[in-house]
Design a protein. Structure first.
Lengths: 370, 187
């Protein structure tokens, strides 16, 4: 108290002690991540790309996503398996929701990636006292020069008049070369934002078996940390899902560190292998959107298609209804499927009053049994 | 509230004998000395924080008749936020100055000019983080205030004052305002 008094007095007698900033002044970042891109892009560039425009690393918050049943149920035919291979993304892959920040990088040289804002609540998962968000650090060539990573969405093939018109978007020109967190079935280093306690039972990009980061405050800077895990096998993932448990990580592969001192190295890979990390999904809840078949045959060039039964929980009271499933094109940035059914509604193929019903008079091009 | 303030003001400006209570009693004005001590709540524009309302308290001593001198001190604080910062500034105003005043019935009205340092203490918290900084700064400042002091009973007065203020911050003149509402004591 006496010191404060002396300080006040000395200030009063002097012509000011320090500069007042008020609400202005430079804003320090909440956290700075250390990132480094590694590898040789020479042999990895896609056809037609001979040089890099602007190599950058972006911090991308992940979405909570459930894959549609068609992609994980055992395929009923070889043609259905081919559609799944062509149109379904990795069920354990990282699905982006929001690009938060990016910085230019040089290969082999560490860079700092500052983050000035907490993630918005729509990318956080959990109760208000135990919310968590995960991000992947994505290495890309910013070929459109926008200074950030543009995400892409799958394209559906043409469909009939049901529902509101769907805005199709142009694929991003950015070329993806790698990410610190691509899939849960491979080793990853992910950015963690923790608000409250850590829920070890959460299935949001789980890392069961690793130490609870909530008990390690030394790993955090303003709620942010960098965690690593070795990943689990797809078989373990499916087995655990059926059993209602979380697939365990090898505890020896679990790492954690303070963002300012943990260097996250991102190795370059072929864009075709890592593109999906920049692909958003139109539906995140695992439901399937069935489409009304158009009157004219959709353009099926460079697409894989098959006739398949509806999953039993979708079919409801019409178990004999056959869907026509079409994959995206091989040139699309993102994998995706279009499901056609002769009868149904946009949100529910088993709706009691269908928006369309062509079961008695299918379009001429309809290739499946009616 | 506004009507009440106007009523109080009119009652104060009315000459005591004309109110028919010349007998005095508890409402009789018993003080006419040169010394007045007053204090009350301060509302002001923060000295160095652009938006907001700075609230606190102040006290003052005035000595003299038509022309008087005074010494005054007040402390007030304001907290404002932006996306990045939550800033709290506390202003300690130390003033000396002169007063010109006139008696109207039960009231004294006048103008006072005060100059002196304003010591500003600032704390800035970076939102969503643990980063906090603080700073002190002393700014030359002053204000001109109009005031009304109404004798309520005995030596006690009801005070209201307010007017424009100015401070020099980093070579720039900052305008503002300051006001006080409170009580006075004139023995």
């Amino acid at each position: 108290m006496r010191r404060v008094g002396l300080l006040v007095l000395s200030c009063a007698l002097s012509a000011g002690c320090s500069k007042l900033e008020g609400l202005g002044g430079a804003v320090p970042p909440l956290v700075q991540f250390q990132v480094e891109a590694t590898g040789d892009l020479g042999s990895l560039r896609p056809p037609g790309v001979t040089s890099d425009v602007s190599l950058r690393i972006a911090l991308v918050w992940g979405a909570q996503w459930w894959i549609e049943p068609f992609c994980i149920l055992p395929p009923e035919s070889d043609s259905a398996a081919a559609v799944i291979a062509a149109g379904c993304r990795d069920p354990f892959g990282f699905v982006p929701a929001l690009v938060a920040a990016s910085v230019p990088v040089n290969i082999g040289a560490p860079s700092s990636l500052p983050l000035f804002e907490q993630p918005p609540t729509d990318v956080l998962v959990g109760a208000s006292t135990a919310r968590v968000g995960y991000a992947s650090l994505v290495f890309f060539d910013d070929r459109d020069g926008s200074g950030t990573l543009e995400l892409s969405t799958p394209h559906s093939s043409a469909f009939g008049r049901d529902g509101p018109p769907q805005q199709d978007s142009v694929d991003s020109a950015d070329v993806i070369y790698g990410a610190s967190f691509l899939t849960m079935t491979a080793p990853d280093e992910r950015v963690l934002f923790l608000d409250g306690t850590f829920d070890e039972t959460s299935a949001f990009y789980p890392r069961s078996g690793c130490p609870d980061p909530g008990n390690q405050p030394a790993l955090f800077t303003n709620g942010f940390s960098v965690l690593g895990a070795g990943g689990f096998s797809a078989a373990a993932g499916f087995t655990s899902s059926i059993a209602g448990t979380l697939p365990p990580e090898d505890p020896n592969t679990c790492t954690g560190g303070v963002p300012e001192t943990t260097l996250v190295a991102i190795g370059a890979q072929a864009p075709a292998n890592v593109n999906e990390v920049s692909c958003t999904e139109r539906t995140l809840d695992g439901t399937t959107r069935y489409r009304e078949p158009p009157a004219d045959m959709p353009d099926l060039r460079d697409r894989v298609s098959a006739c398949a039964s509806l999953p039993s929980f979708d079919a409801g009271n019409q178990p004999n209804l056959i869907q026509f499933v079409v994959s995206g094109r091989s040139t699309d940035h993102c994998k995706g499927l279009t499901h056609y059914a002769l009868r149904g509604c946009r949100e529910n193929v088993a709706c009691p009053v269908p928006d369309w019903d062509f079961t008695a008079n299918p379009p001429a091009w309809w290739p499946c049994p009616s | 509230m506004r009507r009440l303030a106007i009523a109080v003001l009119l009652v104060g400006l009315m000459p005591a004998p004309s109110r028919g209570d010349g007998s005095g009693g508890d409402l009789r004005v018993r003080s006419s000395g040169p010394l007045t001590v007053d204090g009350g709540l301060v509302f002001a524009l923060p000295t160095a924080l652009v938006p907001g309302l700075s609230t606190g308290f102040g006290i003052g001593v005035t000595r003299g008749r038509v022309l008087a001198w005074e010494a005054r001190a007040s402390w007030s604080t304001a907290t404002e936020s932006s996306v990045a910062w939550t800033v709290t500034q506390s202003d300690l105003r130390l003033r000396v100055g002169g007063v010109i005043q006139h008696t109207l019935g039960r009231a004294r009205v006048g103008l006072r000019l005060g100059v002196g340092p304003t010591i500003v203490h600032e704390t800035r918290l970076r939102n969503s983080s643990t980063l906090e900084t603080s700073a002190f700064s002393t700014l030359p400042a002053g204000e001109v205030e109009a005031f009304v002091a109404v004798h309520v009973f005995g030596p006690w007065l009801f005070n209201m004052a307010g007017g424009p203020s100015a401070a020099v911050d980093s070579g720039n003149l900052r305008g503002g305002w300051v006001s006080l509402i409170g009580v006075g004591w004139q023995p």
